[in-house]
Ligand binder design. Structure first.
Ligand SMILES: C[S@@+](CC[C@H](N)C(=O)[O-])C[C@H]1O[C@@H](n2cnc3c(N)ncnc32)[C@H](O)[C@@H]1O
Length: 223
């Protein structure tokens, strides 16, 4: 669980290079992950969707592209990140802390969070807030990094510790933000642990889908 002051400041410093750094570090795979999320959510046919911790808006933009009739709102507590989401075309954006969302109970048919929950100070509270604003029967989707459980685990951990902070530090000139990224990935609940966390916060039917040999995962659940 993370220090919100540090997180907000770190993202405000890397906002201008966030999108390109993501694509370089993941060799473009993050684009495919978001497209997969877009396909899953489209199947749910939502009329209104909230993407929390939307950052520079990549996922919200994907939703707008694949579901032109859905009302997409992106929120984030870092105005510098959100300004990019707005300028890149996210229709509706709002500066808001995910731990205290300024939305009525049961307002959205789908709530999503990509690479955001891991950065929050209180995972159960964040899930409770997402659940609160979901309509009964509404769907929650989380996309985030995970550690492979297979033979790739050790080389990937070396990449996280040694390569990623140097490469990303070079691109963004903020190496500490990417040491933080490695640490946060190792500490974040993945697989069954995330499914248990979702269940403990009242969500039903939690599912986990591994992406790219377990380097990232999608979790879905229903209210
Ligand atoms: C790694 S970025 C992810 C951005 C975007 N979802 C994506 O997929 O590229 C994490 C975002 O989470 C936001 N964030 C972290 N904690 C938050 C909180 N408590 N409330 C709202 N936003 C938060 C940060 O400001 C940052 O924009």
């Amino acid at each position: 669980m993370q220090d919100p002051k540090y997180v907000k400041e770190a993202f405000s410093k890397i906002a201008d290079r966030y999108v390109i750094t993501n694509h370089v570090l993941s060799l473009g795979t993050d684009i495919l992950w978001r497209k997969k999320v877009g396909r899953i959510v489209k199947e749910w046919n939502p009329t209104e969707l909230l993407d929390i911790a939307t950052g520079t808006g990549d996922l919200a933009l994907e939703f707008q592209k694949v579901m032109p009739d859905c009302k997409v709102t992106g929120s984030d507590f870092c105005p510098e990140m959100l300004a990019y989401a707005t300028s890149r075309g996210v229709q509706e954006t709002l500066v808001a802390d995910a731990l205290n969302l300024p939305f009525e109970d049961e307002s959205y048919s789908v709530v999503t969070v990509a690479f955001g929950l891991r950065n929050m100070a209180d995972y159960p509270k964040a899930i409770q807030e997402m659940r609160r604003v979901l309509k009964p029967g509404g769907k929650l989707l989380i996309l985030d990094f995970s550690l492979p459980t297979n033979i790739l685990r050790q080389p990937y951990t070396i990449y996280l510790d040694k390569v990623l902070p140097r490469l990303a530090g070079f691109i963004t000139r903020q190496p500490s933000a990417y040491h933080y990224l490695s640490d946060s990935i190792k500490a974040f609940p993945a697989g069954e642990k995330m499914q248990e966390l979702l269940t403990s916060q009242g969500m039903k039917d939690p599912q986990a889908i591994e992406l790219s040999f377990g380097v990232a995962s999608i979790y879905t659940a229903e209210k």
